[in-house]
Ligand binder design. Structure first.
Ligand SMILES: Cc1cc2nc3c(=O)[nH]c(=O)nc-3n(C[C@H](O)[C@H](O)[C@H](O)COP(=O)(O)OP(=O)(O)OC[C@H]3O[C@@H](n4cnc5c(N)ncnc54)[C@H](O)[C@@H]3O)c2cc1C
Length: 600
């Protein structure tokens, strides 16, 4: 068990805490750990999941395919969306981590950072202090990277100035690469896609090798519990209660402000109450932070009144949900290519080194991330601009949407912002999925494809006054035509890569989507029927100016409250072109400095 973790609720509530953090996940534990550096303040964390840091499924990075997806696994919240009317009525699985470490304990380990323009946009949305340059020290403070020359993307053997070397989260590169990677990169190079050896520098575009949250000393996952709790060993000012499900924050009105006094939580059917002397901080993730705010009376009256909840504070909690779409593609290989494949030694059944499970920790290989302008003809590009212009002409847009689309149009059009990627074609080295047989025996090249900056805006809201009921999650996938058009371009990009030399000579045909899917109409029908999520929801308690529709200010304080903050992926107001965990850690690191500056 990790230090300062307890399952004794009675002992936990005997004390009051200066700071009560709801959610011992990615952000929650990083924040708690940093706050505990001040010995004069006390921190109590409520986490619904258990400490399973010793379970191989959590400890060994390759376990995520079980912990995140296997039905009935105790490590995730088995959430699904509402029926997605623009995606063939599907309900899409949108699981989240329910375990100490949260989603960082079950995710796919990729540690990527978006481009400078995307963090600078945070300032434009009303958040001074959040530019790329101002966030960079926090990115670095969270990370200890082990560079490794790996012969995939040259130039990765030394630590770049944009990577951290002494932080709690250990990052490294894969220990095994498929022999298909080099032909894949060579094919992408024929499309003038540049190599990018330092995607953390504020430019994500090109072919970049993905860093993983893996400690390459022992092949273990560096999730927020394993990374941030050991540094609290021996401290008595921090306590993390597991198995504790928060049901409500008790909030009082004092003058014009709301003040959080206590947090109610459930352990095995018994209600408990813990007192917060200074602040209550929500770190329950992009789906459950809004749920808890709404259950506590902060949100939209149009939602709360349906369930008999008095609105203490009117804020657009739960709106502005932005989620990236992903589809897996597979290409069938020639017999010769199959016979020349290198095979992951773990999959081959070879014994990993004692104490290591190295091959099972391998995650994505290179990302190919490109802006729409570099993947389309000028007339196709003009159609994207026209679509954004038509959205901006819509008077029913919210102020936040208007501000976001203005920024997105600039990214789409301006050469200065050409390093904001929208289309992603990923090469995966995950066990069993890279050049290895699928369930039906076919050996394929596996490339997930994603659209990174959707224009669809959805919501997550309570669906019941029952705190244990799953909130209603509606990302409104593909509800704006731009997103379908962009996804089509992402699939076309992948098609161009597999049809380019030298990769083309190794591939017989596309297996998924089948080669019979050719016209735009056929590809669109395929997309609608096969859409899944990249599992990166953001924006549901957006950090933005209040008059734009923000829920929290630049200090992460909920508007209109004296002492309620949000510190997790919910605050990211506009989707980023990266996997979000490293940004969530940077948010937690910065939040710690903001809060510690108010303490003595
Ligand atoms: C399958 C999958 C793969 C992913 N792959 C990647 C990847 O490779 N790279 C990447 O960067 N990102 C990835 N992500 C996304 C990324 O991990 C998350 O966006 C990020 O970790 C979210 O951090 P958070 O702090 O906002 O929330 P979380 O880490 O989810 O923390 C929320 C915590 O709050 C707890 N909680 C919720 N409700 C309550 C309650 N009522 N009471 C008490 N506790 C509660 C939860 O149990 C959880 O521990 C992936 C996500 C998934 C699901």
């Amino acid at each position: 068990m990790l230090p300062n973790v307890t399952s004794d609720a009675s002992a936990f509530v005997e004390k009051a805490y200066d700071y009560v953090i709801i959610g011992g996940g990615t952000a929650g534990l990083a924040l708690a750990s940093r706050l505990s550096d001040n010995p004069n303040i006390t921190i109590g964390v409520l986490e619904a999941g258990q400490d399973r840091s010793d379970d191989p499924t959590i400890r060994l990075a390759g376990g995520w395919l079980v912990s995140a997806f296997v039905p009935g696994a105790e490590f995730h919240w088995p959430f699904e969306t509402t029926e997605q009317t623009h995606a063939a009525g599907q309900k899409v699985d949108v699981h989240r981590g329910k375990v100490l470490g949260g989603t960082s304990a079950i995710n796919a380990l990729m540690w990527t950072r978006a481009s400078k323009a995307e963090y600078d946009a945070l300032v434009e949305l009303g958040n001074p202090g959040w530019s790329f340059d101002e966030l960079l020290p926090y990115f670095k403070r969270s990370q200890a990277h082990t560079p490794q020359e790996n012969n995939i993307i040259p130039g990765t053997g030394t630590l770049s100035p944009s990577q951290g070397s002494y932080g709690p989260v250990k990052t490294s590169f894969n220990t095994w690469y498929s022999s298909l990677i080099k032909p894949f990169l060579a094919a992408a190079a024929t499309l003038s896609i540049p190599l990018n050896s330092d995607p953390n520098s504020g430019n994500m575009v090109g072919m970049n090798n993905v860093t993983r949250m893996v400690d390459n000393e022992d092949g273990t996952r560096s999730h927020s519990g394993a990374a941030y709790l050991p540094r609290t060993a021996g401290r008595n000012n921090i306590s993390v209660l597991v198995g504790a499900y928060t049901t409500k924050i008790a909030i009082a009105k004092e003058g014009h402000e709301l003040v959080a006094k206590q947090v109610h939580f459930d352990v095995d059917g018994t209600n408990h109450v813990v007192r917060a002397n200074e602040e209550v901080i929500l770190s329950a993730g992009a789906y459950q932070t809004p749920q808890i705010l709404e259950l506590s009376g902060i949100g939209k009256t149009s939602v709360l009144s349906k369930f008999g909840i008095e609105t203490l504070l009117e804020l657009p909690v739960g709106d502005n949900l932005q989620e990236q779409l992903l589809i897996s593609t597979n290409a069938s290989l020639t017999d010769e290519a199959v016979s020349n494949l290198s095979v992951d030694p773990f999959i081959e059944g070879l014994q990993p080194e004692p104490g290591k499970d190295a091959a099972a920790t391998n995650t994505s290989g290179p990302f190919i991330s490109v802006p729409i302008r570099s993947a389309t003809s000028s007339s196709e590009h003009a159609e994207f601009v026209a679509l954004l212009n038509s959205y901006l002409a819509d008077e029913s847009l919210t102020p936040l949407e208007r501000a976001q689309f203005t920024i997105q149009r600039r990214w789409l059009s301006s050469a200065d912002s050409s390093n904001v990627a929208e289309l992603l074609c990923e090469f995966s080295c995950m066990p069993g999925l890279a050049g290895l047989p699928l369930a039906d025996g076919r050996v394929t090249l596996w490339n997930p494809v994603a659209h990174l900056h959707p224009t669809s805006r959805g919501s997550v809201h309570i669906n019941s006054p029952d705190p244990f009921a799953q909130p209603s999650i509606d990302p409104k996938f593909l509800s704006r035509a731009y997103d379908m058009k962009a996804f089509l371009q992402a699939l076309r990009l992948r098609e161009k890569i597999i049809r380019a030399p030298p990769l083309d000579s190794m591939i017989t045909q596309s297996a998924i989507p089948p080669s019979s899917v050719q016209t735009d109409e056929e590809v669109e029908a395929f997309i609608k029927a096969n859409i899944t999520t990249f599992a990166h929801p953001v924006g549901t308690a957006a950090m933005a100016a209040r008059n734009l529709g923000g829920v929290v200010d630049q200090n992460l304080k909920v508007y209109g409250t004296r002492n309620i903050r949000v510190v997790d992926a919910s605050i990211i107001p506009l989707q980023i072109s990266a996997t979000p965990a490293s940004t969530v850690f940077a948010i937690a690191e910065k939040a710690a400095d903001i809060i510690l500056a108010t303490t003595s």
